[in-house]
Design a binder for this molecule. Structure first.
Ligand SMILES: Cc1cc2nc3c(=O)[nH]c(=O)nc-3n(C[C@H](O)[C@H](O)[C@H](O)COP(=O)(O)OP(=O)(O)OC[C@H]3O[C@@H](n4cnc5c(N)ncnc54)[C@H](O)[C@@H]3O)c2cc1C
Length: 432
């Protein structure tokens, strides 16, 4: 099918705000809370019926709070700490120490996370609109002045002084004509994963089974032809619930997650694989003999799509050299963790116990005004992104973007006093 249909439409101006946050994942929810606490009138729009994004619909472990390696240092604070405190109050988070991989993580109940975000945004006075999808920008010259959203009642327009693009896919920057690198379109994007939980598991037996043996059984099962298991080193871990294990095993590669047809195929393939891995676990792995697949991810997990071209482009070298920047608004000690199309995962580490800085300039898209980005669509190379995308860093970037958006006089995000952003962040508990 080809051709083009010209549409003439108008949208009622339904909302006005100081700061519009597009996307309510780790980055967007943090941005909204931080901006509102700085006194801005904040509207947060989210296409699903809950906040937390990938952290609520695909995952259950925050990485990036701590450095891996021999010295465990906490590198993130502020709004992310309050998320952990909210989960702790309900007994729905546990710290899983780890010296390798991505380091120690906080494993939580994703449904409780949704409630915690409701509370944090509610207490901060954020207006939240669920079940609306950002579809376009309002623009005057190079300046983005608002957005158009699709609702059940039709299109609606929103006027905003500043916009935070926390959509994960840089939807705002892309519609505004800003520059980005499209990992999906050029075939370099990290693979996608449909996570799932196994219930009715003998967790002690499952935990006692060494990872190397699990991987050996995966390889044997796949090579024997009885199971279709594209990834041979997937993992499973404990959760706050007895008899429940959470998995990260499936792998769907070569997908442009912004293309609806490709994403639709990926959803179906991810689901098919999830049930295949579930069958394998039940048949072949100790502890899972009476297990059942439950809690399939709400959608397939997208690791990488568009990354904006910002005022600074974070590189692999910055990560591996633990580089510092004068306009740092967050820190990261997580390794480069690349889930490529093959059977394994590539790991490269920041020097032991060290961190690198995420500069404010990585949140500022070039060529357009009035927009700051946060989360996995930041300005970074494929390799740097594979390190900096953990949820703790997305929350840290989000709170920085929120503070900057609140301080941006007339939406001038480029002219924001970064020294003042840093001061406000430190006052909120951020670690810089
Ligand atoms: C399979 C997988 C495993 C991972 N494992 C871990 C892990 O164990 N620990 C860890 O810390 N990190 C992990 N990561 C990385 C981490 O989850 C992501 O990088 C992070 O969650 C991204 O946060 P974000 O806020 O930028 O985006 P998201 O969490 O994706 O949030 C974007 C939000 O915007 C909304 N949205 C998008 N487009 C629109 C639109 N047009 N209109 C309205 N709303 C919109 C979405 O619904 C969503 O809520 C993993 C990622 C994947 C995919």
């Amino acid at each position: 099918m080809s051709g083009r249909i010209e549409l003439a439409w108008s949208a009622p101006l339904a909302y006005a705000c100081d700061v519009l946050v597009v996307g309510g994942g780790s980055a967007g929810a943090s941005a909204a809370v931080a901006a509102a606490e700085q006194g801005a009138d904040v509207l947060l729009i989210e296409r699903y019926g809950f906040l937390g994004g990938t952290g609520a619909m695909v995952l259950d472990t925050f990485y990036g709070f701590f450095t891996p390696g021999s010295v465990e240092r906490k590198v993130v604070g502020g709004v992310p700490d309050r998320v952990i405190a909210g989960l702790e109050r309900r007994g729905m988070v546990l710290k899983r120490p780890n010296t390798y991989g991505a380091g120690a993580g906080y494993t939580y109940d994703p449904d409780t996370l949704k409630l915690v975000w409701d509370e944090l945004t509610g207490e901060a006075g954020v207006r939240v609109l669920h079940h609306v999808t950002f579809v376009d920008v309002l623009k005057e010259g190079d300046r983005v002045t608002g957005a158009v959203i699709a609702t059940k009642q039709g299109l609606r327009a929103i006027r905003a002084r500043a916009v935070v693009d926390a959509s994960g896919d840089a939807d705002v920057v892309a519609r505004a004509g800003g520059p980005f690198e499209d990992a999906g379109a050029d075939g370099t994007a990290q693979s996608l994963t449909t996570t799932f939980r196994m219930i009715d598991v003998d967790v002690d037996a499952a935990r006692a089974f060494p990872k190397a043996e699990l991987w050996a059984r995966m390889t044997e099962a796949a090579e024997g032809g009885d199971y279709d298991l594209p990834r041979r080193e997937g993992s499973a871990h404990i959760t706050p619930f007895p008899h429940v294990m959470h998995t990260n095993m499936t792998r769907v590669a070569g997908v442009d997650a912004t293309d609806p047809e490709q994403l639709s195929r990926a959803e179906r393939e991810g689901r098919r694989q999830a049930f295949e891995y579930g069958r394998f676990l039940r048949d072949r792995v100790p502890g899972y003999e009476r297990g059942h697949l439950s809690g399939l991810a709400t959608q397939i997990g997208v690791r990488e799509s568009r990354r904006v071209r910002g005022e600074y482009w974070l590189t692999r070298d910055d990560v591996l050299a633990a580089r510092r920047f004068p306009d740092a608004v967050a820190r990261c000690g997580a390794p480069i963790e690349e889930h490529h199309a093959g059977g394994d995962t590539r790991w490269e580490y920041v020097p032991d116990g060290e961190t690198y800085d995420i500069p404010y300039r990585c949140l500022l898209p070039r060529e357009i005004e009035g927009v700051v980005v946060a989360g996995r669509c930041l300005s970074a190379s494929h390799d740097a992104h594979a390190s900096v995308r953990s949820m703790a860093q997305c929350m840290a970037m989000g709170q920085a973007a929120g503070v900057a958006a609140a301080l941006a006089t007339g939406g001038d995000l480029r002219g924001v006093d970064v020294g003042m952003v840093r001061e406000r962040l430190v006052a909120m508990g951020a670690l810089l």
